[in-house]
Design a protein around this ligand. Structure first.
Ligand code: FES
Ligand code: FES
Length: 165
């Protein structure tokens, strides 16, 4: 039995310790946002966040996330109330087939959570491991820039409120 926290909820998983996190998310927890692409850590379709870092869940064994905080694309918001990253991808119409998009969002979220003031060059370098076969890279970059603007705005509003309060 392995205990972990997924999208803010404590979960107990009965599975072999070597089971890839991707299979646990999709098959045990019914979270189908993270996608199976290559299964080899080479495409990024399966990317989720573990403790704030983007990881390939297809090559991350269950035992490696014991006691940790896992965030999937489902944890960024809902259809009714999309989070800033999801809203930015929708606004920029960044998806063509959509298969790479959850992984793109999670990799970008890990970067912007750390620093929403990140440079364009740093965004491009950070996003390199996640592939898009449809070639919507320019829209994806635009979505990440839009999400960064929103996250900077939210941070500034939070600081203003804290000073006022
Ligand atoms: S499915 Fe995990 S990196 Fe390709
Ligand atoms: S939108 Fe199809 S793979 Fe990226």
């Amino acid at each position: 039995m392995v205990s972990l926290n997924v999208n803010g909820q404590a979960r107990e998983i009965e599975a072999d310790l070597d089971t890839p996190l991707l299979y646990v998310l999709r098959d045990e927890l019914d979270l189908h946002g993270a996608k199976y692409g290559c299964g080899l850590g080479q495409c990024g379709a399966c990317t989720v966040m573990v403790g704030g870092e983007a990881v390939f869940s297809c090559v991350t064994p269950l035992v490696a996330v014991a006691g940790k905080q896992v965030t999937t694309v489902e944890g960024l918001g809902t259809i009714e109330a999309p989070g800033p990253m999801q809203a930015a991808f929708i606004a920029e119409q960044a998806a063509q087939c959509g298969y790479c998009i959850p992984g793109m969002m999670m990799r970008a979220q890990a970067l912007l959570q750390l620093d929403p003031n990140v440079s364009d060059e740093a965004i491009r370098a950070h996003m390199e491991p996640t592939l898009c076969r449809c070639g919507t890279h320019m829209r994806i970059l635009a979505a990440i820039r839009r999400a960064a603007d929103a996250m900077r705005g939210a941070a500034a509003a939070g600081a203003t409120n804290a000073r006022a309060g």
